[in-house]
Design a protein around this ligand. Structure first.
Ligand SMILES: [Zn+2]
Length: 140
């Protein structure tokens, strides 16, 4: 006989039955989600969705706000410095130089050119010099 006494055999049997029952109930508990837990999981998914959406919106609004701030700063800078000398800060006056309007400082007498004004002035000077040489040397 495998078991020396009935007592040992009962103990082994009890242990086996207990293990099977235990395994069965634990597997039931493990695979079952209560409605509350299911609801919590759904709520978590919903919260994650809204958190992500809010984060994206916030990022978008911060970008827009930054653009607005940069535009306002640019406008404020322009308002503060427009037609003021970059060297001494005095007011600039518009004067005509060879028929081209340029900005001239009222304090330091510096002359500043807008886009392509210098090229136009040099072109006029070059054309004038060319005609002077043509007159002197009789070229045409
Ligand atoms: Zn100046």
């Amino acid at each position: 006989m495998i078991f020396k006494s009935l007592h040992t055999a009962m103990l082994v049997l009890f242990f086996l039955v207990f293990s099977v029952i235990n395994f069965y109930f634990f597997s039931l508990i493990k695979n079952t989600i209560s409605p509350q837990e299911e609801s919590m999981l759904e709520n978590k998914e919903i919260e994650d969705y809204f958190r992500k959406r809010d984060h994206e919106k916030l990022k978008e609004y911060r970008g827009k706000l930054k653009k607005i701030q940069l535009t306002e700063e640019k406008e404020a800078r322009k308002k503060l410095h427009f037609m003021h000398c970059p060297k001494c800060g005095a007011e600039m006056q518009i004067v005509k130089l060879e028929g081209i309007e340029v900005d001239k400082c009222s304090e330091c007498i510096g002359i500043y050119f807008d886009n392509e004004e210098l090229e136009k002035l040099l072109e006029i000077k070059f054309e004038r010099r060319k005609t002077v040489f043509q007159k002197i040397f009789g070229l045409k």
